[in-house]
Design a protein around this ligand. Structure first.
Ligand SMILES: Nc1ncnc2c1ncn2[C@@H]1O[C@H](COP(=O)(O)OP(=O)(O)OP(=O)(O)O)[C@@H](O)[C@H]1O
Length: 260
């Protein structure tokens, strides 16, 4: 007997046109792709191709013009409870007047959790991002990388099925970026989350992904979906030094350059 599993996230013929006072702006023409449960998938493509627009459609912040997006077979037509979103701009997503613990607690208010369960989720999320002990600190007392860890902790305390990240590591230094990438892979492992991430960094996409979805043309289409099979664990030095890594980087770079 063969067992078929439906994808966690399924995007079918998704199109998006912004309706503005000066006319229609077609940004996405036709996107079709699946992301399986527990995968990390990265969206890459030239600047302005519509990557953030796609995430807005998937997180219910913008209506889809035509086509569909589904989580576990259920059509997305508003912010889905199964998703959490992490933005590049952690300074704008954290509340500076709230402590780290209170920032992480914010989205949990909407869930029916006992006090003990809520506190356990906060503690384990902060431990998972390496911030155990920072509960009483304020965001402005932390480095940029640590603030982004708080934003990630807040998302994982919510325990979403799908963690959506829009250029989450673009505002931190290179060393912190590597640490946060590895954190991302650990979270997937520890919590079994599916991760969909937009990045401009091709190396980051190759390092993190099980699947890279390359967007091109304007309005956007899927140029190619590239499966990546480095297995786990990945290593920042060793994995990036392999011939397979260099080959994938060159291939994706070529696709983006052609599309841009
Ligand atoms: N609310 C809006 N109304 C009209 N046009 C918009 C709106 N939001 C975005 N756009 C346009 O949609 C296009 C795609 O923008 P989007 O931010 O999704 O691209 P992106 O690939 O994420 O860009 P970047 O790589 O620079 O971050 C751009 O031309 C942008 O000007």
């Amino acid at each position: 007997m063969s067992i078929t599993t439906s994808p966690r996230l399924s995007v079918q013929g998704l199109a998006k046109t912004y309706r503005t006072k000066s006319g229609d702006v077609p940004v996405i023409a036709d996107l079709t792709f699946d992301v399986q449960a527990g995968e990390v998938a990265c969206i890459v493509g030239p600047s302005g191709i519509g990557k953030t627009t796609l995430l807005k459609c998937l997180t219910g912040l913008q209506p889809i013009t035509s086509g569909s997006a589904r989580i576990d077979g259920v059509e997305i037509d508003g912010p889905p409870e199964e998703m959490a979103l992490v933005f590049q701009e952690y300074t704008r997503s954290l509340m500076p007047w709230l402590t780290v613990a209170k920032n992480v607690r914010l989205p949990l208010r909407h869930l029916r959790l006992s006090t003990a369960e809520r506190e356990e989720r906060i503690a384990s999320a902060l431990a998972a991002v390496g911030l155990a002990g920072a509960e009483a600190k304020y965001p402005w007392q932390l480095s940029g990388g640590m603030q982004q860890r708080v934003a990630i902790a807040r998302a994982i305390a919510y325990r979403p099925e799908v963690l959506v990240m829009d250029e989450p590591f673009a505002s931190v230094d290179a060393q912190t970026r590597f640490e946060l990438e590895d954190l991302c892979l650990r979270i997937r492992e520890q919590f079994g989350m599916t991760i969909l991430l937009v990045t401009h960094d091709i190396d980051e996409a190759v390092y993190l992904s099980d699947r890279v979805i390359v967007l091109g043309e304007r309005p956007a289409r899927v140029t190619e979906i590239i499966e990546i099979d480095f297995g786990d664990p990945r290593d920042q030095l060793e994995t990036r030094a392999t011939a397979a890594f260099a080959e994938l980087r060159t291939r994706i770079f070529g696709l983006i350059r052609k599309a841009g």
